[in-house]
Design a protein around this ligand. Structure first.
Ligand code: DX5
Ligand code: ZN
Length: 217
């Protein structure tokens, strides 16, 4: 059983609410925030999604691909993030205390997630696992939708699942990038619990059915 997080990056922004309504049977709504600095693309800010709050029933899963997430965390939470995920690499770059960042995200009223890029070892997360509500494993280089799933992500998912079982941790294991029915199945087999899907869902006409199929994996 998987949960699905449709990524609005692949939606038609000229009719965003309508688009989001077509995937409302999913539990999460994945919102990719890019700053053109941490990743080589610029996507959207709070003004794009804050007005969706209250109009759809999904949990807002905000993925910050930005430098200095410590400066912006509060604003994104006030704008509707239910889960706020920041990149470990961005915190290391700004020399921000990771545990303190997680504590602040909780204090501002959101669940806390940490994400890692494909080249970051999963073991870099071990000190923080006990505090987290979500761990996001990137299965593509962050920045763009429509890329090919990198299978190295599966080992990381497997490791996170083992750690979770061994220590009774409570985080959700999420994978992001290149998800379709086949890669989602591999991720589920490795222990993944939430799949982000952009292109696969929004470039399809039968989105409700595709979400149900992914959930059944
Ligand atoms: C990539 C983003 C992803 C992206 C996934 O940097 O974090 O969430 O929207 O898109 P697909 O599903 O098309 O790979
Ligand atoms: Zn994402």
């Amino acid at each position: 059983m998987l949960e699905v997080a449709p990524s609005i990056l692949a939606a038609d922004f000229t009719k965003l609410l309508e688009e989001v309504k077509t995937v409302e049977n999913a539990k999460f709504l994945h919102i990719d925030v890019m700053d053109g600095h941490f990743v080589p693309n610029i996507s959207l800010g709070t003004c794009v999604f804050q007005n969706l709050k209250g109009k759809v029933q999904m949990l807002f899963d905000v993925h910050l691909m930005i430098s200095h997430p410590e400066i912006y965390a509060k604003t994104f939470i006030e704008s509707g993030a239910d889960y706020l995920t920041v990149h470990l690499e961005a915190l290391e770059e700004s020399k921000t205390d990771v545990k303190e960042m997680i504590r602040q995200i909780h204090e501002y009223g959101s669940k806390a997630g940490l994400a890692i890029k494909p080249n970051t070892p999963v073991k870099d997360l071990v000190d923080y696992l006990e505090d987290l509500d979500l761990v996001l494993v990137m299965s593509v280089e962050p920045g763009f939708g429509g890329q090919k799933f990198m299978k190295q992500a599966l080992d990381k998912i497997f490791f996170l699942k083992q750690q979770k079982i061994e220590h009774s941790y409570s985080y959700l294991i999420e994978v992001d990038g290149g998800i379709n029915d086949q890669t989602a199945k591999l991720a589920a087999q490795a222990g993944c619990e939430v799949v982000v899907a952009g292109t696969y869902l929004f470039h399809s006409q039968d989105r409700v059915k595709k979400i149900k199929e992914l959930e059944a994996l």
